[in-house]
Structures are given as structure tokens and as C-alpha cells.
Design a protein around this ligand. Structure first.
Ligand code: FAD
Length: 353
């Protein structure tokens, strides 16, 4: 991939641009020395590196608006950046562009249990939202594997999701409202604390727009009650096709597991080599089926899933009744599933409806 050729006239105006941005922002919010800017020269797609023209780290929505307006009026490009975990180069800086980091927007501003919402600044990590409400029995459902680091603003821009999106949806199904700054520096609010605001679905357009339509400066998401019970089973298959067929059979039976993930044989063996988790190295594929809900329902569904899979010639069917929280497995059973989940989250297919 070739990065676009920088505009010479912008590079020539660097001192003027840096000076103008410094006049708009408090001391310490503009980084223009090459050594410090190195920290921002890439994102999760680390094969590509590029120093930005200058980095700005605003502290308020008004400051974001001032920067956006000035850049718009003066023909300077902006790349917004959350935590920089994007694997698609979305936060990769441009040599002739301003990198606008949201790292200082790191506060949860409201927890509203009555409306079951959390409002946060965009730099708050995905996991921090669950952490803030979990003692009260709630959690935030979309769980990208990078949730310990990625920001909720980045999640909006990438419409991120994880294992549990099979049942609970992606970011777009869990975001209720945002505050954002448009390209010309206008501050607007979309949605609120309720689902399905009337009018055009601007929130839907913003979610997944990769920072191209504006900068998100506040996010309101819905939180859910933690399920009473969460259990998973691990099933081994002789062929990847059978494992895929098993997924279809479960879904066709009307069962929507909280999550389903598959490991193929190279992934199983790589996991074994790396963490010695105790998986059957000979299985062509492993399927993890996680069910959640009231205990009686989960017991019933585990039995049903096992029954549905029996006609398939799997060589291992082992319901491992391990308990998990929304983000961490707290009790490990036969296959040391903590390691398995950690590994599969970056190495296997995530199965979405
Ligand atoms: C180990 C690892 C595992 C991952 N697992 C998953 C996964 O399971 N599921 C998944 O969906 N993704 C996953 N990702 C990708 C990444 O973590 C997500 O896309 C995440 O949402 C990016 O958030 P961020 O804060 O790091 O955003 P950044 O990387 O900083 O930015 C991503 C994009 O969002 C834009 N952006 C950031 N903040 C804002 C804002 N406030 N306003 C407007 N635009 C903004 C940027 O311009 C860029 O285009 C993974 C990444 C890694 C490194």
C-alpha cells in the first residue's frame, strides 16, 4: 500500500499551522517534535508508519470544534485517533495532516442505572465501561478482543464487536447517542438515552464511518444485566466442515448462543505449543458454544446443543461447565479454557449471524 503523496504547500506551511494550533489549544496539547510524535506514527497495522504533520490532544469538545473549524478553513486534513488499535490503518497519520488524539477524553461522565445507560468520553476504553458497572450486575455487551485498550470512540468509528455480538449485536446495536463535531466545527448531538430516535438514522451512518464524517466527543451506550448463568461447551470434530455444519444446526434449531467460536487444527496446535492448554491436538476443529441466561434455560440448551450435535461424527463432546464473567473466565475446567478463549479471540473465526 502506498500512502498518498503529501501536499507540498501544506508541508511548507508547517510552522504557521503549528503556531495556529498552539494558539487554539492550552499548553501541552500540541506535539510537534519528531521524537514525541513517533508514539503516534502507526496503529495496530504496524507494517505502516508515518509521522504526522503535528499531533493535537484537545481536552474539551469546544477545543475539538476550534481545531476542526480552523483546519477546514485552512485546507488542512485531520485524522482522528482513539487508542490506535485499529488493524486497518484507520488511525495511520498523514504527513500533511493533523493527528487529533482523543486520549485526554478519558472520563465516564454518567452512569444511569434507571435508563440502563453509560455516558462516556470517547477515549474511555471499552472494558472500562463494564468495569464501572459490573459490581451492580451490569455490563457493556460488545466485546472486541482489544477491549482492554481500544476506546469507545474508536468502537463507534469501526462498529466493533466480539464473540458476544452473535447474540447481543455490534456497537451499532448498543449505542444510543453521541455528541460529535462535524468537519466544519459544528457541535451536534444525535440520539440520546433511548433506542431508535426518529428521523434519518444519522447514528447508524456515523457508526462504522471510520472517522470520515466527524469526531465523536461523547458516547451514550446501553448496558445490560449480567446473565444469571454463563456456561460453555467445547466440541471437537474430525473435519472443519462438520464443525461448520454444527454451527448451522444449532442456529437452524432456533438457538442463539451467547457466542460461538471455532479453532482449526493449526490454531489448536499453535495454542498448544504456546500455552499448553490441553486441547486435543488431533481434532480438525474445535467449537466453543457459550450459552447464557437463567440456569434452568442454560442447562436445557446445553443438553439440546449436545443432542443436536450427536449425529455428527465428532470424536469428542465435552460439556465443560466453566463459569465466566462478561470479560474473564473465573473458573477453569477440563481444558483450561481461559487460555483457549484468550487465544481463539485473536486466532480464529468469529461467527456472526
Ligand atoms: C489484538 C487486537 C484485537 C482486536 N480485536 C477486535 C475484535 O475482536 N473486534 C473488532 O471489531 N475489532 C478488533 N480489533 C480492532 C480495533 O481494536 C477496533 O477496531 C477498535 O474499535 C479500534 O478502537 P481504537 O480506539 O483503537 O481506534 P483507533 O485505532 O484509534 O481508530 C480507529 C478508527 O476510528 C477513528 N476514530 C477513533 N476515535 C474516533 C473518534 N472519537 N471520532 C471519530 N473517529 C474516531 C480513527 O480515525 C480510525 O479511522 C482488534 C485490534 C487488536 C490490536
Amino acid at each position: 500500500m502506498l500512502l498518498p503523496e503529501p501536499e507540498e504547500n501544506i508541508l511548507d506551511r508547517r510552522d504557521e499551522i503549528v503556531g495556529a494550533l498552539k494558539s487554539l489549544l492550552p499548553k501541552g496539547c500540541v506535539i510537534d517534535d519528531r521524537t514525541t510524535m513517533k508514539a503516534f506514527d502507526s496503529d495496530g497495522l504496524s507494517a505502516y508508519r508515518n509521522l504526522p504533520l503535528v499531533v493535537v490532544l484537545p481536552e474539551t469538545t469546544q477545543q475539538v470544534a476550534d481545531v476542526m473549524k480552523w483546519c477546514r478553513d485552512n485546507g488542512v486534513k485531520i485524522v482522528p485517533r482513539g487508542a490506535g488499535t485499529s488493524l486497518s490503518g484507520g488511525a495511520l497519520p498523514l504527513s500533511d495532516g493533523v493527528l487529533l488524539g482523543l486520549g485526554k477524553f478519558n472520563q465516564i461522565t454518567e452512569i444511569d442505572f434507571e435508563n440502563r445507560t453509560v455516558t462516556a468520553q470517547p477515549g474511555v476504553t471499552n472494558l472500562a465501561i463494564t468495569t464501572a458497572v459490573q459490581d451492580d450486575g451490569f455490563y457493556y455487551a460488545p466485546d472486541p478482543s482489544s477491549q482492554i485498550a481500544c476506546s469507545i470512540g474508536g468502537n463507534i468509528a469501526e462498529n466493533s464487536g466480539g464473540v458476544h455480538c452473535l447474540k447481543y449485536g455490534l456497537t451499532t446495536n448498543n449505542v444510543l447517542g453521541i455528541e460529535m463535531v462535524t468537519m466544519d466545527g459544528e457541535i451536534v448531538r444525535i440520539g440520546g438515552k433511548h433506542l431508535d430516535a426518529p428521523g434519518f438514522d444519522i447514528l447508524g451512518i456515523m457508526t462504522g464511518s471510520e472517522g470520515l464524517l466527524g469526531v465523536v466527543t461523547e458516547v451514550t451506550v446501553r448496558i445490560l444485566r449480567k446473565p444469571a448463568t454463563q456456561r460453555a461447551m467445547l466440541v471437537g470434530f474430525d473435519t472443519v466442515q462438520e464443525a461448520g455444519q454444527a454451527v448451522s444446526i444449532v442456529i437452524a434449531a432456533g438457538i442463539i448462543p451467547a457466542g460461538m467460536e471455532m479453532m482449526d487444527n493449526p490454531a489448536i496446535n499453535a495454542a498448544e505449543d504456546f500455552v499448553n492448554a490441553g486441547y486435543p491436538r488431533e481434532a480438525a476443529a474445535l467449537l466453543i458454544v457459550e450459552l447464557d441466561g437463567p440456569e434452568v434455560e442454560v442447562d436445557y440448551l446445553l443438553d439440546r446443543v449436545a443432542t443436536l450435535m450427536k449425529p455428527l461424527p465428532q470424536h469428542l463432546i465435552n460439556p465443560c461447565f466453566f463459569k465466566i464473567s462478561t470479560s474473564q473466565i473465573v473458573d477453569i475446567s477440563t481444558f483450561q479454557l481461559f487460555n483457549l478463549f484468550n487465544f481463539v479471540s485473536i486466532s480464529t473465526f468469529q461467527l456472526f449471524l
